[in-house]
Design a binder for this molecule. Structure first.
Ligand code: KIV
Length: 286
């Protein structure tokens, strides 16, 4: 594909895909080269998830991630993407303080290259922030169900929307977000039937993670599908590769080859001319 023929994915494309029954694909990325490979593979959207707190920065949760972290990784990812819709997570406390802070923080992510921001929850306060962003020209993705930034109040990694009543509450929350301008909603760790009901009763597309096959799209964390993250892999992840094994083998082989003199070989080495070498006092060199 030449750059002239690339048609970027937009929030409008997401809506068209839902209307046409086409599945939307999204993966997280945190660096330039991974973002480029995801984009070239035809994935519709790249999310700079605050999951980078765990996958890249090694924290236990997403709560420690800062705006500065998100801006740095959003720049790296955006530089690798030509077609996919780039969405950046707003980190914990970046949209909970005031309208002014919310819009300035979202603006930083958009200026770093994101085409949309994602934020978690649907309290009255958050819904107002969503309204302020969307009416200011910033595309917003909602995030409901299990919301990792609320881990301390939820109390653990629990499935959400497990009863009829809770499914209806989730749908009402999703509707509030929709009415205030989100163009898509991530549904995390929700039973398949509840996610189907919510997806069928919303106009905007849902993107599921651990929410079954009836969502309008799917998102997963890149480190999980590649088998790179050293921690636990959730039940809803399908691992498509074992990068950790490939990396560990390559790194151990390098370590052993340096220690036993097998690396570097002549093909990895620059040499002087004979004349220059002899000036150094080396008549021959192995
Ligand atoms: O932070 C993240 O990677 C996310 C996805 C899991 C949806 O929010």
């Amino acid at each position: 594909m030449t750059s002239e023929t690339i048609k970027p994915v937009t929030s409008g494309t997401f809506q068209k895909m839902k209307n046409n029954g086409e599945k939307i694909t999204m993966l997280t990325a945190y660096d330039f080269s991974t973002a480029k490979y995801i984009d070239e593979a035809g994935v519709d959207s790249v999310l700079i998830g605050d999951s980078l707190g765990m996958t890249i920065l090694g924290y236990d949760t997403t709560i420690n991630v800062t705006m500065d972290d998100m801006v740095t990784f959003t720049k790296a990812v955006s530089n690798g993407v030509k077609r996919a819709l780039v969405v950046a997570d707003m980190p914990f406390l970046s949209y909970q303080v005031s309208k002014e802070q919310t819009i300035l923080n979202a603006g930083r992510l958009i200026q770093a290259g994101a085409k949309a921001v994602k934020l978690e929850g649907a309290s009255d306060f958050i819904v107002n922030e969503v309204n302020h962003l969307t009416t200011s020209g910033i595309n917003v993705v909602g995030h409901l169900g299990f919301t990792p930034q609320y881990i301390n109040t939820i109390g653990g990694y629990y499935i959400q929307g497990k009863t009829y009543e809770n499914t209806i509450k989730l749908l009402q929350a999703a509707k509030k977000l929709e009415e205030n301008g989100v163009f898509s909603i991530v549904l995390e760790m929700v039973p398949e039937e509840s996610a189907k009901y919510i997806s069928e009763n919303l106009s905007v597309p849902t993107i599921g993670i651990g929410a079954g096959k009836y969502c309008d799209g799917q998102v997963l964390v890149i480190d999980d599908i590649l088998g790179k993250y050293p921690g636990n892999t959730p039940k809803f992840v399908k691992q498509y590769a074992n990068i950790r094994e490939i990396m560990t083998d390559a790194i151990s082989t390098y370590n052993n080859e340096v220690k036993n003199g097998q690396f570097p070989q002549p093909e990895h080495t620059f040499r002087l001319t004979d004349e220059e070498r002899e000036k150094l006092g080396y008549t021959t060199i192995k």
